[in-house]
Design a protein around this ligand. Structure first.
Ligand code: HEC
Ligand code: HEC
Ligand code: HEC
Ligand code: HEC
Ligand code: HEC
Ligand code: HEC
Ligand code: HEC
Length: 252
């Protein structure tokens, strides 16, 4: 009797969970023939994952509940409906999505990121060369880091693949302390090298100093005519934007 009651009760929860997902309007990647279970069923075997998740960004993503029905964190928005996985007793690759190499799972909600990754200059995610999970740790304490390194969040992530720009220099460019994303879009941009600005505004947002009316002085040097010659990082000027070992003015 207790068993039957439990069974009926679970089925009610499953039905409600599925209904809530449908009502939420979140389009969800599917697993053929499977239904949504709600997080309670994951808790049974992935207790730690569920517990930790509450403190993570996506743990805030609850489908709102009410007095009779607890809210549901959306494990299955990323892992797909899991009834068959649960019935089979779980297992790697057993009726469950591992979205690590499937950005389309993330694009269900992050459409603006998808759009950025389609711009002319972009990180090759749609080409399947790198993945969201190279830079984002979905179950980690810090979603911006795969390995925890004591550097600002942007650089930590970028360092894994771009050693040349991140290695220490005799004359460092302090701008890098604010993170690579002060100058580069992390996902994609209409500008070459994924720069945030294609012209001198990139540098002037930190360096602009007005001299007498009509003149521009930067770092004690008059720059009025120089600014018309090209970008600050053009050949002959400050080409070592990421820092230099030989020139304190970051010329080369
Ligand atoms: C009956 C126990 C059980 C339940 C219930 C269960 N799982 Fe699993 N799951 C497992 C086992 C066992 C593995 C394999 C773990 C391993 O090898 O480390 C697994 C693996 C996974 C993986 C990794 C898949 C892969 O291919 O790498 C994901 C994701 C997952 N489960 C999600 C869920 C979600 C979401 C729920 C709740 C809707 C859930 N599981 C409910 C037992 C379960
Ligand atoms: C926002 C998307 C997202 C949500 C929501 C999410 N996960 Fe995951 N999960 C991932 C990604 C991405 C991976 C693969 C990580 C990787 O390959 O580096 C993963 C991996 C896993 C794994 C396999 C871990 C391993 O050791 O390989 C399990 C188990 C799992 N998730 C369970 C859950 C449970 C339980 C919940 C809900 C509490 C949940 N996930 C919610 C994105 C998500
Ligand atoms: C069901 C919808 C949904 C799915 C699927 C989803 N996300 Fe999110 N994600 C959100 C929401 C909502 C936020 C919070 C946005 C906010 O706070 O402004 C968020 C936030 C984030 C953030 C920013 C965290 C921060 O605090 O700055 C990152 C990074 C992220 N998601 C990556 C991913 C990745 C990678 C995937 C795929 C593995 C994924 N998301 C799947 C809805 C989703
Ligand atoms: C090359 C590393 C990298 C890859 C690959 C990457 N991201 Fe990001 N992402 C970042 C960094 C760094 C930030 C923080 C940006 C900032 O601080 O300006 C970020 C920010 C975000 C944010 C929150 C801020 C925003 O712009 O809304 C979301 C959401 C996000 N990423 C989702 C994704 C998804 C989804 C994927 C895969 C399709 C992905 N990212 C791939 C590095 C990456
Ligand atoms: C997992 C590896 C990986 C990570 C992490 C990574 N990148 Fe990249 N990055 C690449 C690849 C691959 C390319 C494309 C290279 C190519 O096309 O030659 C690229 C290209 C670039 C380019 C354009 C280079 C050019 O010559 O046009 C810039 C700028 C860049 N990344 C900045 C960043 C920043 C900033 C971060 C941190 C937010 C970051 N990358 C993190 C792999 C990575
Ligand atoms: C002050 C602005 C600024 C910051 C901060 C910055 N970059 Fe750049 N980066 C540039 C500019 C400007 C270029 C284009 C140089 C050119 O075209 O000659 C560039 C070019 C690149 C390239 C293409 C190859 C090259 O060296 O020309 C990569 C890769 C790159 N940056 C990665 C990074 C990474 C990783 C970080 C963080 C450690 C970072 N950048 C921080 C301004 C910046
Ligand atoms: C986030 C702010 C920021 C941005 C953006 C930025 N810088 Fe800097 N830069 C600094 C700081 C801080 C210093 C160190 C203090 C100083 O000398 O003004 C510095 C120093 C320099 C120096 C050395 C000054 C000297 O002593 O001769 C040069 C050259 C320079 N930056 C060029 C650039 C160029 C070129 C760009 C655009 C590609 C740029 N900066 C973008 C913050 C920034």
């Amino acid at each position: 009797m207790v068993l039957i009651l439990t069974l009926v009760f679970s089925l009610v929860i499953i039905a409600c969970a599925t209904e809530l997902y449908r009502k939420s309007g979140i389009p969800i990647v599917g697993i053929q023939g499977a239904d949504y279970m709600g997080w309670e069923s994951c808790d049974l075997c992935h207790e730690q994952k569920v517990k930790d998740f509450v403190y993570m960004v996506h743990g805030r993503l609850w489908i709102a509940g009410n007095q009779d029905q607890p809210g549901i964190p959306v494990c299955e928005a990323c892992h797909g409906p899991a009834s068959l996985h649960v019935e089979a007793g779980g297992g790697r690759g057993v009726y469950i999505l591992n979205p690590g190499k499937k950005p389309e799972v993330c694009f269900q909600c992050h459409t603006s990121i998808q759009a950025r990754l389609r711009l002319q200059y972009h990180h090759p995610v749609k080409e399947a060369v790198i993945f969201c999970t190279d830079c984002h740790n979905l179950h980690g304490e810090n979603i911006y880091s795969v390995k925890e390194m004591p550097i600002s969040r942007g650089n930590t992530v970028c360092m894994q693949c771009h050693r040349e720009q991140t290695r220490p220099r005799v004359f460092e460019h302090e701008a890098l302390r604010d993170g690579c994303t002060i100058c580069h879009h992390a996902h994609g941009s209409i500008n070459d090298k994924m720069l945030i600005e294609r012209d001198n505004n990139l540098c002037l947002k930190c360096h602009a100093q007005l001299g007498t009316p009509g003149t521009v002085t930067i770092g004690d040097f008059p720059h009025t005519t120089r600014l018309m010659e090209g970008t600050c990082w053009s050949v002959g000027c400050h080409t070592a934007v990421h820092g230099s070992n030989i020139n304190s003015h970051l010329r080369y």
